[in-house]
Design a protein around this ligand. Sequence first.
Ligand SMILES: O=P(O)(O)OC[C@H]1O[C@H](OP(=O)(O)OP(=O)(O)O)[C@H](O)[C@@H]1O
Ligand SMILES: Nc1ncnc2[nH]cnc12
Length: 180
Amino acid sequence: MYKADIAAKLDAVIRRVPNFPKPGVLFYDITSILADPESFRLVIDAMDQRYQKDDFDAVAAIEARGFVFAAPFAVHRGLPLILIRKAGKLPGETISQKISLEYGEDELHVHLTDVPENGRVLLVDDLIATGGTLSGAASLIRKAGGEVSDLFGVVGLPFLNYSDKLQDLEITTLVDYLGE
Ligand SMILES: O=P(O)(O)OC[C@H]1O[C@H](OP(=O)(O)OP(=O)(O)O)[C@H](O)[C@@H]1O
Ligand SMILES: Nc1ncnc2[nH]cnc12
């Protein structure tokens, strides 16, 4: 399926959510994709198609909604799944990275032993807004010894200028909103 057709299908489903962004409410939500098996499969198939030629060593997913899309893709491709979690959630030895968000700050952690040394990692999240989360997650993976090759988000909000923070990284989104 063409990128424009995928975007149109996903947009139609995302718009089903109550309170779909309107002036003053700009929170974009992916739960309606998950509630529609055909759309959920469309996302995973689109990821598979997009990364058909890529030879990753692992997929890293960002808590919480990034987990949902990364997991089926990792199983489908037979790749290790790395969970990047918020502070205080991982019991083993972790390394951490502070991140700056639209409103405030947070901290991401990963188990050191999960990241393959010099391994090529695909980072997955549900949505890219300012890019602060993915930028921090990329730094975290690098600190742990991995290499980040690609970033994936189901939804992109380019009006928040995420590409400024994600230079030198290949970014793929399936549907973009311009914030109107
Ligand atoms: O590009 P950014 O400006 O960094 O924003 C994007 C991040 O914000 C949301 O996560 P949130 O922090 O709401 O966490 P959640 O997935 O646990 O709900 C979203 O799932 C991304 O991870
Ligand atoms: N505008 C937004 N909509 C949904 N999730 C987000 N995470 C950060 N900004 C967001």
